[in-house]
Design a protein around this ligand. Structure first.
Ligand SMILES: [Zn+2]
Length: 236
């Protein structure tokens, strides 16, 4: 196993546990319910085809809610790490909020999309979007009233997987922060990393379904574990 001093290229995966400390409820896992609907029944292409108003209302509420939340200590520590780490870094996030960016991180990839984008099913262009979609506003690019949330729904392929696997192949360290290990394909990254001989570290509130796959697991709140790990890595 490579010593920390030999580590240069890093892939960090962040999940719900990182945003939870900012008060963002994820609904995923644990049988999450929204107005008596299972979230798995709202966040799907089939639900959008069947009842678009319901799905748009759900995402309008989520989009509004995240704009009232603030980044926490874990986001700020990762932003500092992004600024100061001289090697390659990719922060792959399953989160659809913009808290990594608002904390100042730049090397962020949103594999499950972003609440603050709208995606046009007519022209395929994504536009920054902060307001509601329920009234079917026109697409800023083509004018069609065909905007949907730019969020990867259950049953849809996560974004930019080639880039993620490319980064994993050249990584010396894979760090998973605040994810349950329950959602594929992200849950498979640690196995891929291990097969490539990459060192693996998990920072999570509790032991996850995937914990056994990591070289090391540290348990506790992301707001404490992440700043401590960043200090350790930056040697200050
Ligand atoms: Zn369009």
């Amino acid at each position: 196993m490579a010593a920390m001093t030999q580590i240069r290229n890093i892939v960090i995966l962040t999940g719900a546990g990182v945003s939870a400390e900012s008060g963002i409820d994820t609904f995923r896992g644990g049988g999450g319910l929204w107005e008596q609907h299972r979230v798995e029944d709202v966040a799907t292409p089939e639900a959008f085809a069947r009842d678009p108003e319901l799905v748009l209302r759900f995402y309008d509420m989520r989009r509004e809610a995240i704009q009232t939340k603030q980044p926490n200590a874990a986001h700020f520590a990762l932003a500092r790490f992004d600024r100061e780490w001289a090697g390659e870094l990719l922060i792959v996030t399953q989160n659809v909020d913009d808290l990594h960016e608002r904390a100042g991180a730049r090397r962020v990839l949103h594999m499950h999309g972003e609440h603050l984008n709208a995606w046009c099913s007519n022209c395929d262009i994504r536009s920054p979007w902060r307001g509601p979609l329920i009234e079917r506003p026109p697409c800023p690019a083509c004018g069609a009233r065909a905007l949907r949330p730019d969020v990867v729904w259950f049953g849809e392929m996560p974004y930019r997987m080639d880039e993620i696997y490319g980064a994993l192949r050249s990584a010396d360290l894979f760090v998973s922060i605040g994810t349950s290990g329950a959602v594929y394909p992200a849950a498979g990254f640690v196995r891929d990393a291990r097969e490539l001989g990459t060192r693996t570290l998990e920072l999570n509130l509790e032991r996850s379904q995937g914990s056994a796959w990591f070289d090391e697991s540290r348990l506790g709140p992301a707001g404490e574990l992440v700043p401590a790990w960043v200090e350790e890595m930056l040697g200050s």
